[in-house]
Design a binder for this molecule. Structure first.
Ligand code: KG4
Ligand code: ZN
Length: 329
């Protein structure tokens, strides 16, 4: 069964073609990130206009890469939310038009759940149920994944998302956008114990809070203005270390509380190599197997949309042309 996936939840336009929920035939993603970077964040109106302009070309390229004909597609899948309203609308409208013109079924999927599924595309030895962490620019959430039609939220950020904190701290430090990769690069030469930062406590033991640490970085720089000019590597490393530590600690606690031995991690922040290392080491010490998607599949892409839709469709999930965007979880 071949599923065509459409992903336009933020600034990317992605079309993926996946066979039987596992084999990626094509995964084309174009991003308007460069244009947003000069504004220091994604401008929704620019993102959706560019998605509108590029989506048909991305579709043609993906079909060419997969070497299939439109009749070979069995299901059209699309991210219905959460995400930017205008961007989601472009993807959902394109998917509906495609489904109508080709006479194929359509299914809307949850963006955050598709980030978890990215792991299934990359690994063969995952056995559900397991725990999952999604850390991206819009989300930081822990889940109990019974199966992909039964994903239960265990905890989530009470304020900023983890990727958002990387982006805001990078902005405060004058590094640019997106902040995650820039902080990671700068932190490579830094001492992560030099500045003591801590993520704020939360009422729920599996919830997160990242706005306090962002403010702590801001005040640290106000008190030490010379550090901005020197693009302080120790500051970047210390911030990164505190964020990673809390993600690792709470994810392993989730595994313990739910009595599962596997942990799936996804979302843009999962591309961070220090985070990957720390998770592997801490998980190994706790007897947990942790899984990450390949770097390209950590970021927003449409292969993960096709994958999770395949699973849900097989379980009987169906939508029709009244499918609408769903802005929140
Ligand atoms: O999953 P994603 O591509 O889009 C959303 O659904 O949000 O994640 C983008 C986020 C951005 O906040 C970006 O700064 C962060 O992921 N990110 C990273 C790294 N690469 C991307 N954060 C930390 N380290 C990285 N290497
Ligand atoms: Zn995402």
């Amino acid at each position: 069964m071949i599923v065509l996936g459409v992903e336009t939840s933020c600034d990317e336009t992605g079309i993926g073609l996946v066979k039987d929920g596992k084999v990626i035939l094509a995964n084309v993603v174009v991003s308007s990130l460069k244009i947003h970077s000069k504004y220091g964040g994604v401008i929704p109106e620019i993102a959706s206009r560019l998605q509108l302009e590029s989506i048909a070309g991305v579709y043609r390229e993906a079909m060419k890469e997969a070497g299939i004909k439109a009749e070979d597609i069995d299901l059209i899948a699309v991210t219905k939310g959460p995400g930017l309203p205008g961007s989601l609308l472009v993807g959902v409208s394109f998917a509906k038009a495609l489904a109508l013109s080709l006479g194929k079924p359509i299914l809307g999927v949850n963006h955050v759940h598709s980030h978890i599924y990215a792991n299934i595309l990359c690994h063969r030895n995952i056995k559900l149920p397991c725990a999952a962490l999604v850390a991206s620019g819009g989300h930081t959430s822990l889940f109990y994944v019974k199966d992909f039609s039964d994903i239960r939220l265990l905890g989530q950020t009470q304020d900023d998302a983890c990727g958002e904190a990387f982006d805001k701290v990078a902005k405060i430090m004058g590094l640019g956008y997106p902040g995650g990769p820039l902080i990671e690069k700068l932190a490579e030469n830094g001492n992560n114990h030099k500045v003591k930062f801590a993520c704020s406590g939360t009422r729920g033991e599996l919830d997160f809070s990242f706005s306090g640490i962002k403010t702590a970085v801001l005040y640290y720089l106000k008190d030490n203005p010379q550090k901005i000019k020197s693009r302080n590597a120790d500051l970047a490393a210390s911030f990164q270390e505190s964020v990673i530590n809390v993600l690792v600690k709470k994810s392993l606690l989730a595994c313990k509380l739910k009595n599962v031995k596997q942990l799936l991690i996804g979302g843009g922040v999962a591309a961070n190599s220090s985070l990957r290392k720390k998770f592997f080491l801490a998980a190994r010490d706790s007897g947990i197997d942790c899984f990450f998607p390949t770097l390209g599949l950590c970021m927003d892409n449409a292969a993960m949309v096709s994958g999770v839709a395949y699973f849900l469709y097989k379980q009987g999930a169906r939508d029709n042309l009244y499918l609408n965007t769903q802005l929140n979880n």
